[in-house]
Design a protein around this ligand. Sequence first.
Ligand code: HEM
Length: 334
Amino acid sequence: MLRGIMFNNVFHKWKRSRQFVTRILMSKKYHYGFINSVQKIFKEFEKQWDENDITTLDFSKWVTCYKAKVTIVTIIGQPLYNLSSFDSISKAASEYIALFAFLVFVPKCISNIVMLFGFNTVKKNSMFLNGTMRNIIQNRRNEIKNGSTTSFNLLDLLLVSNSSNDSEEYIEGEQPMDDDEIENNLAESTATSIETISNTLCFLIYNVVKNPSILEKIHAEILKIFGSDINSTITYETLESCRYIDAVVKETLRHSNPVPYNLRMLDDDERMDKFDWSPGTWFWIDHRRIMNDPNHWKEPTKFNPDRFLSEENGGTDEFTTYQVHDLMIRISHK
Ligand code: HEM
């Protein structure tokens, strides 16, 4: 479990996983694959609504199921494996996160006692993710060895990363990942991407519905870029020109961030803010407070995507989501 990124405090192992995984997740080919999968899956759901005459649904339940399916396709490559039980995957994903949160935040003397009574159920469920992944990875490694072409999902791309040095994701001086490392990273990415995205989408829809003028602007942008044909295809390039929708996503992450806190551990002596900190000190990074600090944001409690379109409103249209994240880290270090 300590060979991934999210919950790993062994620096060299964390760095290796981070290089492999983020290079793939940030690559254009992964994004192309992702955009195709998202649309294909949405069309399948839409067809089911039509066939079953569904006109209303519980968005929070639906979006978790939708995101679980998108996650499985884009991380493990579901067309190759018939993983039909999305409910159990999302349950295992949230218990996997809960397990780590429990181990990180609850003092050892208490967690050890809880471990003795009943904790095994949570542990077993969260392990389901790791166990399922292991078989899939071994099968897929064999298939690729026997000539199967790779797809643009995280598993396939991790399996072939650094096996030859001719790809743009090649990382100098690193051996390819072994099954154990891939398993840890797939389980983590699966667990951390389902609830983050589905909660973000719930917050987004809630804030947009409460602000009809924002909904109008979204409609106008969709009409301008995609036209009135509801079957038109979304491409990487058209998506990049959706600047207002991009601002709505950024404002959702600022206003209602689904991951309001983060932790960092110091690996060396550091002097900060007149204090000396020793290695091993944990730092609590308060995203929520940073993103609502009136010194940095005008009217921080207001849901206002326009702030990401104009400099004077406390945002700049040059921000990418990654830069927003980077800004949070920089401000928190001040
Ligand atoms: C709105 C949705 C998401 C939110 C709010 C979110 C939030 C975060 C946060 C707060 C971190 C920690 C960054 C740090 O400690 O430096 C992180 C890291 C990470 N997330 Fe997400 N995440 C989201 C979606 C996803 C998805 C869909 C995936 C997988 C496809 C993913 C994969 C990762 C990975 C691999 C890292 C480690 C990256 C690194 O250290 O550079 N996340 N995410």
